[in-house]
Design a protein around this ligand. Structure first.
Ligand SMILES: O=P(O)(O)OC[C@H]1O[C@](O)(CO)[C@@H](O)[C@@H]1O
Length: 242
C-alpha cells in the first residue's frame, strides 16, 4: 500500500489525474473504474485540463462506473449518469458506447446487475479503479454488513449514507432508498486501486480502514489485502498518518 498525503487540494488532484492520464497515455484502451461523489470532481477537472492540452485521448478507453441510484433516470441531475456527463464525459473524447454505468431505471434491477457483471466480465479486469470513501467505510455503495456481496447487486442504502448524500437533493426524503453497486469482489479484482479521501470528517474512518481490523463492517478495510493500492489523502484526511 502506498499512502500519499498532500498539503493542498490542487496537488492531490494533479497527482490523481496524473496517475489516470498516465495510464491512458501508455495504454489507450485501458479499462477505468470510475467513482462519483464530491471527492473525485477535482481530479476529473484536472483530467479535462490535460485532455484540452491534447495530451491524452479517451477514445479507445472503456469506463465502468461503480454505482447508480435505483429509480433515477440518466436525465435526473442527481443521477450518477448525469454527474459523469457533467463532470467528465461531456468534456473529453470518451466514446459513449464505451462508458458504462448501471441503469437506475431498468425494469428488472436484478437482471441489470447480471447484465453489468457480464459486461465487466467480458473485459476481464479493470486496469485502474478510482474509489472514494463513505463516512461509514463504504466503497461504491457496499455498506457495512456481516457479509459482503462479490458482484453487482441492489443495495438498501444505510441511513448514514442517505443523510450524507441528502445535501445533493431538494429534501432528504428524495434521496433514493436503494442503489445498484459493483460488488467488492469486482473492485478488488482491479489491477490497481486508487483510493482518494478528503476532509477532516474522514480522518478517522480512513485510518481505521487502512490500519484497523479487516472486516466487512468496514468494507474499505478489505482494500488492505490488495497488492496495488495507492491512497491519496489531503492534509485533513491524512491527519493520523503524519
Ligand atoms: O466523495 P463523497 O461525496 O464524500 O462520497 C464518498 C462516497 O460516497 C459515494 O458517493 C456513495 O455514497 C461513493 O460513490 C463515494 O465514493
Amino acid at each position: 500500500m502506498n499512502i500519499l498525503t498532500f498539503p493542498t487540494d490542487a496537488e492531490l488532484n494533479e497527482a490523481g489525474a496524473g496517475i489516470i492520464t498516465g495510464l491512458v497515455q501508455t495504454k489507450p484502451n485501458a479499462v477505468l473504474g470510475l467513482a462519483t461523489g464530491s471527492t473525485p470532481i477535482g481530479i476529473y477537472k484536472e483530467m479535462i485540463r490535460t485532455f484540452r492540452k491534447n495530451m491524452v485521448s479517451y477514445k479507445q478507453a472503456t469506463t465502468f462506473n461503480l454505482d447508480e441510484y435505483v429509480g433515477l433516470p440518466a436525465s435526473d441531475p442527481q443521477s450518477y449518469a448525469y454527474y459523469m456527463k457533467e463532470h467528465l464525459f461531456d468534456h473529453i473524447d470518451a466514446s459513449p458506447e464505451r462508458t458504462h454505468i448501471p441503469s437506475g431505471t431498468a425494469a428488472d434491477p436484478e437482471a441489470e446487475c447480471k447484465r453489468y457483471d457480464a459486461l465487466l466480465e467480458s473485459y476481464g479486469q479493470i486496469d485502474l479503479q478510482l474509489l472514494g470513501l463513505g463516512h461509514n467505510g463504504h466503497i461504491g455503495f457496499n455498506e457495512p454488513d456481516h457479509s459482503l456481496i462479490r458482484g453487482t447487486h441492489v443495495v438498501k442504502l444505510s441511513d448514514q449514507t442517505r443523510d450524507a448524500n441528502a445535501r445533493f437533493f431538494e429534501t432528504p426524503e428524495r434521496v433514493p432508498t436503494h442503489a445498484i453497486t459493483m460488488g467488492v469482489g469486482t473492485i478488488l479484482k482491479a489491477k490497481t486501486i486508487l483510493l482518494v479521501v478528503k476532509g477532516a470528517d474522514k480522518a478517522d474512518i480512513v485510518h481505521r480502514a487502512l490500519t484497523g481490523e479487516i472486516t466487512t463492517e468496514c468494507p474499505a478495510s478489505l482494500l488492505q489485502t490488495h497488492p496495488h493500492l495507492v491512497v491519496l489523502l489531503d492534509a485533513e484526511a491524512g491527519r493520523h498518518f503524519r
